[in-house]
Design a protein around this ligand. Structure first.
Ligand code: NYM
Ligand code: MG
Length: 212
């Protein structure tokens, strides 16, 4: 028996360009984990249900204009306001499947020209994911999938910049998944890597903080 090795849920983040399939795969993962008898919840950032989230949503739909630094800090604040609840859920054994996280924050804002270290700074101290699965698709292919919506950032030229800025963020905790495979093949690949991550966390892998 080892007190430092408490079983917990896993913090799993899916990242990728708009139209890479993150949202569908996140829901499929939650159903899969539940089917395995594990407790799991679907989370997403931005979380548009909070006051901060409503400001973000207004900005994304072009209903409001904000300075690039200001909106960056709001995205970060939106994660900070959920940090302690995330920790509580993880410690109670719930795996969180999160649709976008700090990497979206840094990739999208630095693609606008903001300094990358400045972009990372407000994320320091947030919970570090146990796994980041990057759904890899070229901006051109993503654009051909059922089209973008009308939100800010959903433009091919900008998505190309975001793709370049995501690349800088890849580290050892990232798994790159080819998002051009069939939905079922992507799903199978994700199930494998997520299940082994959940197992590690059940064995008591320590929670850590960004950026690590
Ligand atoms: N986005 C998302 C950011 O610019 N910074 C962030 O921190 C996060 C979490 O918001 N185009 C951008 C990426 C998306 C947009 O996200 C809305 P979604 O997943 O389409 O609702
Ligand atoms: Mg979107």
């Amino acid at each position: 028996d080892d007190n430092n090795k408490e079983s917990r849920g896993a913090l799993v983040v899916l990242e990728g360009l708009d139209r890479s399939g993150k949202s569908s795969q996140c829901s499929r993962l939650v159903s899969y984990l539940e089917g395995q008898g594990l407790s799991a919840e679907l989370w997403r950032f931005p979380d548009r249900t909070t006051n901060v989230g409503q400001m973000i949503s207004a900005y994304l739909s072009n209903a409001s204009q904000l300075d690039d630094h200001t909106i960056h800090l709001l995205f970060s604040a939106n994660r900070w306001e959920k940090r302690s609840l995330m920790e509580t859920k993880l410690k109670s054994g719930i795996t969180l499947i999160v649709d976008r996280y700090s990497y979206s924050g840094v990739a999208f804002s630095s693609a606008k020209g903001l300094d990358i270290e400045w972009c990372k700074a407000p994320e320091i101290g947030l919970l570090a994911p146990d796994l980041v699965a990057y759904l890899d698709i070229s901006p051109d292919k993503a654009a051909k999938r059922g089209g973008y919506g009308d939100e800010r950032y959903e433009k091919l030229e900008f998505q190309k910049k975001v793709a370049e800025h995501y690349k800088v963020l890849h580290d050892a905790s990232w798994k790159v998944v080819d998002a051009c495979q069939t939905i079922e093949d992507v799903e199978k690949q994700l199930q494998e890597i997520v299940l082994s991550c959940v197992t590690e966390c059940q064995k008591g892998k320590a929670l850590s903080s960004l950026w690590s």
